[in-house]
Write a protein that binds this ligand. Structure first.
Ligand SMILES: Nc1nc2c(ncn2[C@@H]2O[C@H](COP(=O)(O)OP(=O)(O)OP(=O)(O)O)[C@@H](O)[C@H]2O)c(=O)[nH]1
Ligand SMILES: [Mg+2]
Length: 215
């Protein structure tokens, strides 16, 4: 969504925007099967971009640390493109992977501008990866929402191969997309490995998508 800032009544908790700047608000959702590492990605980003946050964010969990509804935080940053200044506000949110909470996921994915699918390298999670990916495609594929895919927990000694993961999800057995980004990013969210890179690549895809639609 883009709004020219002179049409926005800025509330005291929002940053101080100048009149002829633009405000764009994006929503990025982490999606994937239960315990694949969505909240761990979220926490690593929160640490990395702590200076950019405009809220402390929150997590709604069960008592055993599983996401019950979602984690959510807002960040803001500026971008200058072709002489125009854009104030970007990004909501980052994770859904719950527990299959029985489908209705909460439907709510969380609503209005998403980009999705990071977090797959699990554990061999026992192949079917859950597939079901979760299929469910995601059912929600977003008609809206042309960019999706980036990560295969997390690459540190597991019995991690499934990248080839097998791609085959199960029905992805091409190639290394890269036409734009040069990986078809699947290998991550160790626990150590923060590749977490920021995949996030930044998704943000670029969202911008490109956005400017193609609006210019
Ligand atoms: N070995 C390993 N464990 C990880 C990695 N990333 C996350 N974990 C662990 O996996 C477990 C689940 O992580 P979460 O981030 O809570 O998973 P989630 O996808 O948010 O789970 P739900 O909210 O229940 O859907 C935790 O014990 C994490 O420490 C990783 O890269 N490697
Ligand atoms: Mg979680």
């Amino acid at each position: 969504m883009i709004i020219k800032s002179e049409h926005v009544s800025t509330k005291s908790e929002l940053p101080d925007f100048n009149k002829d700047e633009y405000i764009i608000q994006f929503k990025i959702v982490y999606w994937g099967p239960g315990e694949s590492g969505k909240t761990t990605n979220f926490l690593r980003l929160k640490e990395k971009f702590s200076l950019l946050k405009i809220s402390n964010g929150y997590s709604i969990d069960t008592t055993d640390g599983r996401t019950l509804w979602h984690d959510s935080i807002f960040f803001t940053f500026n971008l200058q493109i072709k002489g125009k200044k854009y104030n970007i506000i990004t909501q980052i949110t994770t859904c719950t992977g527990q299959e029985r909470f489908l209705s909460t996921r439907e709510y969380v994915i609503d209005g998403a501008d980009g999705v990071i699918f977090v797959g699990d390298s554990c061999p026992d999670k192949i079917e859950q990866n597939k079901r979760s990916y299929r469910e995601l495609i059912g929600f977003v594929n008609k809206n042309n929402v960019p999706i980036v895919i990560q295969l997390n927990k690459r540190d597991l000694p019995d991690a499934i191969s990248l080839k097998k993961f791609k085959k199960h999800l029905g992805l091409p057995n190639l290394d890269k997309n036409a734009d040069g980004t990986p078809i699947v990013y290998e991550t160790i969210a626990l150590e923060g490995e590749n977490v920021v890179r995949i996030f930044e690549d998704l943000v670029m895809k969202i911008f490109i998508n956005f400017f193609m639609k609006n210019n």
